[in-house]
Write a protein that binds this ligand. Structure first.
Ligand code: RP5
Length: 161
């Protein structure tokens, strides 16, 4: 889903896709238009600049940014756009995502990044938060989001086996 995307999903490396695909799949399930790009703060800084600077003008309403290690992508994107930025710490091999989490969450006052949990849970919840923000002004999406949550509740078994 890429035409007239309302949510931009960016990640620092193709290796982040295994985590970030859960954000894309969740938006897909909710019928939220989105685009997906690899944008690295360190390896492709010009691509990051162009992406963040053009995001609002292209009609995006929020950005979900996932990165691992010295995870500067969400914060640098947030520094260059007024759009809400949701940060997903990708689980790193060296430090199990602690490095990613602390890099993303400890923003200086004035440039916020809404930081989610490490890994898949964070990617799914970033998508749900983005959808919830859009749903405040989109009744049809609000209905789909409520239905998604009701299904999640009804899918929980009462017994472990
Ligand atoms: C970060 O470095 C990426 O977000 C990724 O999580 C990590 C490792 O990248 P690769 O070396 O796998 O490309 O910039």
């Amino acid at each position: 889903m890429a035409d007239e995307a309302t949510i931009g999903i960016i990640m620092g490396s193709r290796s982040d896709w295994e985590t970030m695909r859960h954000a894309a799949e969740t938006l897909e399930a909710l019928g939220v238009s989105h685009e997906v790009k690899v944008v690295s703060a360190h390896r492709t800084p010009d691509r990051l600049y162009d992406y963040a600077k053009s995001a609002a003008g292209r009609g995006l309403r929020a950005i979900i940014a996932g990165a691992g290690g010295a995870a500067h992508l969400p914060g640098m994107a947030a520094a260059m756009t007024r759009l809400p930025v949701l940060g997903v710490p990708v689980e790193s091999k060296a430090l199990s995502g602690w490095d990613s989490l602390l890099s993303i969450v400890q923003m200086p006052a004035g440039i916020p990044v809404g930081t989610l949990a490490i890994g898949k849970a964070g990617a799914v919840n970033a998508a749900l938060l983005a959808a919830a923000m859009l749903a405040t002004t989109d009744d049809a999406l609000a209905g789909r989001l409520e239905a998604w949550r009701e299904k999640q509740t009804s899918d929980v078994a009462e017994t472990p086996e």
